[in-house]
Design a protein around this ligand. Structure first.
Ligand code: BTN
Length: 246
């Protein structure tokens, strides 16, 4: 079985065969901090903005990590931090970059996606769940996403042991986590090394409208700093950068 023998520092690993969504499971079950929920397949894998996450059985990584005690203003930076950890973990396999806020791309296509979900109790942030879908050994994507999706297998031509990738991601995350929380890791300084589009043209899709910008960096809140078509600076809080790359 896939997750047998996976020993991290983390106390709890819930390895499921099939689940609707590892994020949904992690949000609605009582699990300790850093618990990891994994699945071989998801019947209703969730993506950003209500999209579906293609979750082919047994080929990829689908996992969610429980994070407790996060301040609400750390949520967007946490997305970026997770993207940085993933890009850093995969750097020896592929030339991986981040497309704001947290798509992981390689060779101009999407390799992984990150979805943070939260639960509130009495108006207070109770729990944050960091969900990651990483395309590992998949070769054939459904037609509607094949043009913009890739996998480690497609990039490198070889198969990977998924539990090894998960373990190195978790170790990397735990090693750098406290430095991120205390501010010793500065995402603003790291961004130029990881962004796919720094100083490049991007198209931002928001509420059905597409706007063109030049990317200039991120701020301390994880927002995107961009220059609009008139050369004026703007701070972007939400939206999707398109795969049309202007
Ligand atoms: C995106 O739209 O880019 C985010 C995709 C996140 C997918 C992962 S797979 C594991 C976890 N469980 C879910 O239902 N979604 C996330």
């Amino acid at each position: 079985k896939l997750y047998e023998g996976f020993r991290g520092k983390h106390s709890t690993i819930v390895a499921l065969e099939t689940v609707d969504s590892t994020n949904a499971y992690a949000v609605s079950n009582d699990l300790p901090p850093f618990a990891v929920v994994t699945a071989e397949s998801q019947t209703a894998g969730r993506g950003r903005s209500g999209r579906k996450w293609h979750s082919a059985e047994g080929l990829n990584l689908y996992f969610s990590i429980v994070l407790n005690d996060i301040e609400p203003q750390k949520l967007l930076p946490m997305n970026i931090f997770a993207g940085y950890i993933l890009a850093d973990t995969l750097k020896d396999i592929a030339d991986v970059k981040i497309k704001w806020p947290n798509d992981i791309i390689a060779e101009g296509k999407k390799l992984a996606g990150i979805l943070m979900e939260t639960s509130f109790s009495g108006g207070k942030l109770e729990k944050a769940v960091l969900g990651i879908g990483l395309n590992v050994n998949i070769e054939d994507f459904p037609e509607d996403i094949a043009w913009m999706a890739t996998s480690l297998k497609k990039i490198s031509g070889r198969n990977f042991i998924r539990e090894e990738i998960l373990a190195s991601f978790m170790n990397n995350l735990e090693e750098k986590y406290d430095d991120f929380i205390t501010g010793r890791i500065n995402l603003i300084n790291l961004w130029p090394f990881y962004s796919a589009f720094l100083d490049k043209k991007i198209s931002l899709h928001k509420d059905g409208v597409k706007t063109e910008y030049t990317e200039r960096g991120i701020d301390a809140f994880g927002c995107l700093l961009a220059e609009n078509a008139y050369g004026r600076p703007e701070t972007i809080v939400t939206g999707d950068i398109g795969y049309d790359f202007c």
